[in-house]
Design a protein around this ligand. Structure first.
Ligand code: HDE
Length: 756
């Protein structure tokens, strides 16, 4: 018997649609004694590739359209093949000498499959390894056209973008809601080539000179001996470094503030950090700092919430971004610039613009909006897009230039270099997600993973054999021409400018700009992190740094550590607060916020339905929490339960509603016989998990709405009905309106002790 022949016959049979299933003797199929295997055997027409499977690019590295090629690469055919395109009849069994015999080395499919699998992983990013990303569009207002000739910033130009958010310290599989800086990197596929704005969610950096980057990262990463802790700054090496290297003081303070634990990527600001130089068509230059302002406002978690989420849902931010986009709640930011005259000293109001540990208060230089970013499409393949995207601060377009910020200079080297080991060679710009949408016509050739088939014989200039092509363009033809900035006559030194020596006044300004609750959170964060250090000397040194920022901060942390608060060693700077730095005191849109609707086994279904609809009408996300899964009620009006008491945790909700109150009144909440069906709130009272849900939400400053009669449930959870942010209405639906208003300020801030 020829197994191959029989397999081929089998497939032919299946194609005729007899559908009898596997037979005895087909290699890899069970024998007659085995039960039939339920496995599809009938090939069907391939599904058409999903639109997003065609990838974001429109041209190949050689300028050829790539659509057809990409569709070919999508997994969409009916027959499984090898990488060489040979059809396979079995992928479940190795080729063996007899059923119980040794596996044969000649099994190419086995070797190809395993070899490829063995090499599926690439090195993760040395920093910013953990991230999530989305596609979208940037639409410019044209307001920057007065200061830059960049084509994508002219009026009403739409530019496709890909944005990747990330943490810095953790590895690829680490949790999202750790205390850390977040990356906010945007790739603009402009008509003049790719522009990357590789920023963070904090406007300042730990170091002033790129040569220190390995130091700060080695200090922040897990200890080299035991490789712990993961994705944390709460350990000795980090605090050892940032207390010895006091230029890190300002950034560290940002990390210890609520900015270090964002509620969502959608509620983060982004900053270009460095000062950049914009150039207009006449060659006039303006210094700028880039800002991303989220439409939903800047919101953070509270520390306990962040820690719980790390266990309950380590993918919290990734999931949030993906879900929001799938739900059509497209995240939006406005891009803005602060502009400064390009003076020879590159100072503004006494602030050195080349020092990346400095920010310029918005009160001194307002952020002027120049365009809007909307993220509206999730990646279709995480590896191909999110993992392989390669950003670089040196990917610039005409009209945007760099300054001599020494941190930026080092980055210009690093980002190109790192891709060579991460993406396996110099041709990473040919990977679909990295391909410019502008035509590419370079003379770069060969190398690992070259996928272009270059034509012509003269990849050099000057040449006559290719007719002198390609030609270089002038600035009037859109070439990137560096701005002829004067470099002062100087002597080679390894030294920083005098103005880089002030390490505390900007930190003090940030501290003074915080509201009492935000200060309380900062004190809590420093106390937590330093208490996790083993070395007493490091704690003491950290207190000395804090004393040089502010006495209240220092004494607060010292009290928590049980140590004396030292006196400052530098005069405290006389700086004015910048109210724009505080996250409190504003009202924001609430769309996309998540409302937990808690109900009992026999909750008033109409009430639940009504409040669910009201939440949807308010463009928020209702999640029904019930004792068990499935649906509430039956038939077409049944309400799907999204979370059970066992799977719900307060941290995934922005506010809670106690819903389903049949026959509001004492009867509904107390005296009815359990067997007759417990009303909603009675069940809630009885279940400690609901008590925990309410207690946590209360502690974390979340609005809680309920029908008046649910007061007892709140009481049982230890929540006074007259506490701030507790809304009692005739029904949960009536309470919702006020709950939404409270959500506009993100949290019920009065509940935090500092506000009392
Ligand atoms: Fe980065 N940084 N960085 N960084 N950085 C990287 O590049 C580096 C700095 C930032 O989502 C790496 O492709 C040096 C500041 C983001 O793919 C690497 C210095 C800011 C991302 C690198 C800095 C950033 C990175 C690792 C000091 C905010 C993630 C993988 C001079 C303005 C991009 C990679 C993504 C990634 C080097 C400082 C932001 C090693 C040497 C300041 C958002 O090249």
């Amino acid at each position: 018997t020829n197994p191959l022949k029989r397999a081929a016959d089998k497939v032919a049979q299946a194609m005729q649609g007899d559908g009898t299933g596997p037979e005895d003797g087909i290699p890899g199929k069970p024998g007659p004694e085995s039960p039939p295997v339920a496995e599809p055997t009938e090939p069907r027409e391939p599904l058409p590739p999903k639109p997003e499977q065609t990838g974001p690019d429109t041209v190949s590295p050689t300028g050829q359209p790539t659509g057809a090629d990409q569709a070919r690469m999508a997994q969409s055919g009916s027959y499984l093949t090898t990488a060489q395109g040979a059809r396979l009849y079995d992928t479940d069994h190795s080729l063996k000498a007899g059923r119980r015999g040794p596996v044969l080395l000649q099994d190419h499919h086995l070797r190809e499959k395993i070899t490829h699998f063995d090499h599926e992983r690439i090195p993760e990013r040395v920093v910013h390894a953990r991230g999530a990303a989305a596609h979208g569009t940037f639409t410019s207002y044209g307001t920057a056209a007065t200061v830059t000739k960049a084509a994508f910033l002219a009026e009403a130009v739409e530019t496709p973008v890909f944005v990747r958010f990330s943490t810095v310290l953790g590895s690829r599989g680490s949790a999202d809601t750790v205390r850390d800086t977040r990356g906010f990197a945007t790739k603009f596929y402009t008509s003049e080539g790719v522009f990357d704005l590789v920023g963070n969610n904090m406007p300042v950096f730990f170091i002033q000179d790129a040569v220190k980057f390995p130091d700060v990262i080695h200090a922040g990463k897990p200890h080299p001996d035991r490789e712990i802790p993961q994705a944390q700054s709460a350990h000795d090496t980090f605090w050892d470094f940032v207390t010895l290297h006091t230029e890190a003081t300002h950034h560290t303070l940002w990390n210890m503030s609520d900015r270090g634990i964002p509620r969502s990527y959608r509620t983060m600001e982004g900053f270009g950090v460095h000062t950049f130089r914009l150039v207009d068509a006449e060659g006039n230059t303006t210094l700028v700092k880039f800002h991303w302002k989220p439409k939903l406002g800047v919101h953070s978690l509270v520390w306990e919430e962040a820690q719980i989420i790390n266990g309950v849902d380590p993918d919290f931010h990734r999931r949030d971004l993906y879900d929001a986009i799938e739900a059509g709640a497209y995240p939006e930011w406005e891009l803005g610039i602060q502009t400064f005259p390009d003076t020879p000293d590159q100072m503004f109001e006494g602030i050195d613009l080349l020092d990346p540990t400095n920010l310029v208060p918005e009160e001194l230089a307002p952020v002027q909006p120049i365009g809007r970013l909307t993220l509206d499409r999730n990646p279709s393949n995480f590896f191909a897009e999110v993992e392989q995207v390669a950003f670089h601060p040196g990917h610039l377009v005409p009209g945007i230039d760099i300054t001599d910020d020494p941190l930026l200079s080092g980055r210009l080297f690093s980002y190109l270099d790192t891709q060579i080991s991460r993406l396996g060679g110099p041709n990473f710009a040919q990977i679909p997600i990295n391909r410019p949408h502008a035509p590419v016509n370079d003379m770069l050739r060969d190398g690992m993973h070259q996928t272009a088939v270059h034509r012509g014989v003269a990849p050099y200039r000057p040449n006559s054999l290719d007719g002198g092509c390609p030609f270089t363009a002038g600035a009037d033809m859109g070439a990137y021409v560096e701005t002829p900035v004067r470099v002062p006559e100087a002597t080679k030194v390894r030294e920083a400018p005098e103005t880089f020596q002030d390490h505390f006044s900007q930190a003090r300004r940030f501290w003074l700009s915080m509201s009492p609750v935000e200060r309380e959170h900062i004190i809590g964060a420093y106390t937590f992190e330093l208490a996790k250090c083993y070395e007493q000397a490091i704690r003491e040194r950290a207190l000395q740094v804090l004393a040089n920022i502010d006495a209240e901060l220092c004494t607060g942390v010292a009290a928590g550590l049980g140590l004396p608060a030292p006196e400052p060693t530098v005069p405290l700077a006389d700086v004015a607060p910048s109210p724009a730095l505080s996250q409190l005191g504003h009202t924001w849109p609430t769309e996309g916020r998540v409302i937990g609707i808690i109900t009992g086994p026999d909750g008033d279904l109409d009430g639940v339905r009504a409040v669910r609809q009201a939440v949807l009408d308010a463009e928020m996300v209702p999640l029904i929490v019930a004792p068990a899964g499935g649906t509430l009620g039956s038939g077409p009006d049944a309400v799907t339960v999204q979370r059970t008491y066992a799977t719900a945790r307060s941290v995934e909700f922005d506010a809670l509603l106690l819903a389903g109150t049949p026959g509001v009144g004492s009867d509904a909440y107390g005296s009815r016989d359990a067997k007759a069906g417990l009303p909603t709130a009675q069940q809630a009272t009885a279940d400690p998990r609901v008590g925990l849900l309410l207690g946590e939400a209360f502690r974390h400053g979340k609005a809680i709405g309920a029908a008046k009669a649910a007061e007892q449930v709140l009481e049982a959870a230890g929540i006074p009905a007259d506490a701030p942010g507790i809304v009692l209405g005739d029904s949960a639906t009536t309470a919702l309106q006020q709950v939404t208003q409270l959500l506009g300020t993100h949290r019920v801030w009065e509940r935090f002790p500092a506000a009392a």
